[in-house]
Design a protein around this ligand. Structure first.
Ligand code: RUB
Length: 310
C-alpha cells in the first residue's frame, strides 16, 4: 500500500484527522498523491491500486459517506477514461481529485451564506462537537457583523467542543462551554441549534456526533429550531437499498483507561437523529426538509446512485 494512503488511514484511525469534511479531504489528497507516485504499468494495475487504497481508507472510518462518495467518483472517472497510458490515467485521477475538492469548497461557502441568514442579531446559537461547516457558517455570520453568542458542549469523550470554543473565541464571539449533560438545562436560553453531519440516510435521518439526538430531543421539547448543516454528498446511497449506516464504535479507553476488570464499556462515536426532530438541512441547494434530501441529491448528484455498489 502506498505510504500516502497508509499514513492518512492511520491518522484517521487515531482521530488526528477529525470531522467528516476533513476526513474526506485527507482521503482525496492521499489518492491524488498516490496517483502521482504510481508504479503501475497498466490501467488494470492502476485501478487495482486505487481500489486497494479506497478499501484501506474506507476501513479507517466507518461512518463517512462523504469520503466514500468522493473516492468512488474519482475512481469512476479513471474507469470511464479511454486513455490506456498510466501517466494519463494518473493525471485524470489527480484532476478529478482537485475538482472534487474545489466543489467541496464551493458547497461550504454556499452553505455558510445560506445558513448565516438564519442567524439573528442578539441570538444564542447552540452547537455540539466540532463541525468545520458549522464554524464556517458562524464565521460568515460574524463577517456580516451579526452579533450572537455561542453555547457549545465539551463533547465527551474526546472534547472536540474545545476546538469549537477556541475557533469561536478567535472570532471574538462570546462563548460558553457546558457539559454535554447540561444541554437540556440550557435549551430554553437558546434561539437556534446548529450541528454538523457525518451522514444522511435515505429516510432523511441525520447521523452526527454521539449526543446529537439527545440535544435534538431537548430542542424539540423547548421548541427551539434544530438545524443540521451538511453537504448533500454526506448522503449515503447504500441506505436507499436497505443498508443501515454503520456507527463506528471507538476504543473503550477513551472513557476509562484504568477501568475495573469485567466492566463493559460501550463507546459509539455517532448517533441517529430522526428527521422529525430536524427543522431543516442547510445544504448547498438551500434549506431543505430532511424528507426531501434523497430527491434533491438525485437531482443534483445523480451519479451518487450509479456508483453505490463500487
Ligand atoms: C465530528 C462530528 C462533526 C461532523 C461534521 O466527529 O461529528 O459534527 O463530522 O463535521 P469526530 P464537518 O470528531 O468524531 O470526527 O462539518 O467538519 O464535516
Amino acid at each position: 500500500m502506498p505510504d500516502s494512503v497508509h499514513a492518512t488511514a492511520e491518522k484517521m484511525k487515531r482521530l488526528e484527522i477529525q470531522g467528516a469534511r476533513n476526513v474526506a479531504i485527507a482521503a482525496i489528497k492521499s489518492i491524488e498523491t498516490m496517483a502521482t507516485q504510481t508504479k503501475a504499468k497498466t490501467k488494470a494495475e492502476f485501478l487495482k491500486e486505487l481500489s486497494e487504497a479506497k478499501e484501506t481508507l474506507f476501513a479507517s472510518r466507518e461512518t463517512e459517506p462523504l469520503m466514500r462518495n468522493a473516492l468512488r467518483w474519482i475512481i469512476a472517472q479513471v474507469e470511464k477514461s479511454r486513455e490506456k497510458q498510466v501517466k494519463k490515467l494518473a493525471s485524470t485521477a489527480s484532476s478529478a481529485s482537485r475538482q472534487f475538492l474545489k466543489n467541496l469548497e464551493n458547497s461550504k461557502e454556499e452553505i455558510a451564506e445560506i445558513g448565516a441568514r438564519r442567524i439573528k442579531n442578539g441570538s444564542t446559537i447552540f452547537t455540539h462537537c466540532h463541525s468545520s461547516t458549522v464554524t464556517h457558517l458562524l464565521k460568515k455570520a460574524k463577517q456580516e457583523r451579526k452579533t450572537f453568542e455561542v453555547i457549545c458542549t465539551e463533547t465527551r469523550p474526546l472534547f472536540q467542543g474545545r476546538t469549537t470554543a477556541k475557533e469561536m473565541l478567535q472570532l471574538g464571539v462570546k462563548t460558553t462551554m457546558i457539559a454535554d449533560s447540561a444541554a437540556h438545562f440550557f435549551m430554553n436560553q437558546v434561539d437556534l441549534v446548529i450541528v454538523g453531519a457525518d451522514a444522511i440516510t435515505s429516510e432523511g435521518n441525520v447521523i452526527n456526533k454521539i449526543g446529537t439526538s439527545m440535544i435534538a430531543l431537548a430542542a424539540h421539547e423547548a421548541r427551539t429550531p434544530f438545524y443540521a448543516v451538511s453537504e448533500l454528498l454526506k448522503f449515503d446511497p447504500a441506505t436507499t437499498y436497505g443498508e443501515r449506516e454503520r456507527i463506528e464504535e471507538r476504543n473503550p479507553n477513551e472513557l476509562w483507561e484504568d477501568r475495573p476488570k469485567g466492566l463493559v464499556i460501550r463507546n459509539p462515536a455517532f448517533d441517529i437523529t430522526r428527521r422529525d426532530f430536524i427543522h431543516g438541512i442547510i445544504c448547498e441547494e438551500g434549506i431543505i426538509s430532511p424528507h426531501s434530501t434523497m430527491e434533491v441529491v438525485r437531482r443534483k448528484y445523480p451519479w451518487v446512485f450509479e456508483h453505490s455498489s463500487c
